[in-house]
Ligand binder design. Structure first.
Ligand code: DC
Length: 221
C-alpha cells in the first residue's frame, strides 16, 4: 500500500502528540514529535549557558547537537532526555528558542529528511505549512482553552504537585502568543488542512476520525 505523510498541527495541549502517536501505531508509520526536538535544543542551550541573542554562539552550539528518536523518545547526543524536556523550566523558554531562525533551519532540515520515505506522522506547529507543505493529510487540531489548560495541568501536576492552574494558564497563553506571532513559520492552519476539534471527543473517537481520513488518502493514491 502507498504511504503518505500525515501532518498534525495546533496550539499546545490540543492533544497532538496523543493523536499522532496512536495514529502512527494504527497505520504502522513512524511517529515524530517535532516539539520534542525544539525542547531538546532548548535543554542543550540551558545546560551550556547559550544566550539566545548571540547568533554566532547559537550556530556553533547547534553544530554540537545530535538528535535521534529511540522508541518515540528523544535523545540529545545519545542521552535520553524525554523527562528533562517536559519541565516547566524548558516550557517557559522553548517558544523563544524555537522562534530563532538558525534553530528552525536546523530542525526543519532534519524533519524533512525524516519524511523522505513517507510513512510518517509528525506533529508540531508548522508541519503542514513549512516542513511538509505537500503532505497528503493535514490535520489542524483544536480544543477549547479551558480544556487545554486542564489537560496541561493534569499532566504537569503528576510531576510537580506545587504547580498552580494560573501558572499553567500563563505559560500556555504566553506560548500560544509567541508560537502564532513569530516571524518565521508561525503557527497557522494550512489552507488545505482539515480542522478537528476534540474538546468533547474521546481519544477513540478522535483516532477513528483521523484514521478514516488517512485511509481515504492512502486508498486514493
Ligand atoms: O508541542 P510542544 O508543546 O512540545 O512544543 C514545544 C514548543 O516548540 C512550542 O511552544 C513551539 C515549538 N514548536 C515549534 O515552533 N514548531 C514545531 N513544529 C513544534 C514545536
Amino acid at each position: 500500500m502507498k504511504k503518505i505523510i500525515v501532518a498534525i498541527d495546533g496550539f499546545s495541549s490540543t492533544g497532538k502528540s496523543t493523536l499522532a502517536k496512536q495514529l502512527a501505531k494504527r497505520l504502522q508509520y513512524t511517529y515524530i514529535d517535532s516539539g520534542a526536538m525544539y525542547r531538546a535544543i532548548t535543554l542543550f542551550f540551558i545546560r551550556h549557558g547559550i544566550q539566545f541573542n548571540y547568533h554566532e554562539h547559537i550556530q556553533h552550539a547547534l553544530s554540537d547537537i545530535h538528535l535521534t528518536f529511540v522508541d518515540n523518545k528523544i535523545c540529545l547526543n545519545d542521552e535520553m532526555v524525554e523527562t528533562e524536556i517536559r519541565s516547566m523550566e524548558i516550557s517557559n523558554v522553548v517558544s523563544e528558542v524555537s522562534a530563532l531562525e538558525e534553530v528552525r533551519n536546523f530542525a526543519v532540515t532534519q524533519q524533512q529528511r525524516m519524511g523522505i520515505d513517507k510513512g510518517i506522522v509528525m506533529d508540531g506547529r508548522d508541519i503542514g505549512t513549512t516542513v511538509f507543505p505537500h503532505a497528503e493529510l493535514k490535520i489542524y487540531l483544536m480544543a477549547e482553552e479551558k480544556v487545554r489548560i486542564q489537560r496541561r495541568y493534569d499532566e504537569m501536576h503528576v510531576k510537580n504537585d506545587r504547580i498552580t492552574m494560573d501558572e499553567v494558564k500563563d505559560n500556555l497563553r504566553h506560548r500560544d502568543y509567541i508560537d502564532s506571532h513569530r516571524t518565521i513559520s508561525p503557527l497557522r492552519k494550512a489552507d488545505d488542512a482539515i480542522e478537528l476539534d476534540n474538546s468533547v471527543l474521546t481519544m477513540e473517537q478522535q483516532l477513528e476520525t483521523a484514521y478514516q481520513w488517512a485511509m481515504k488518502k492512502i486508498e486514493s493514491k
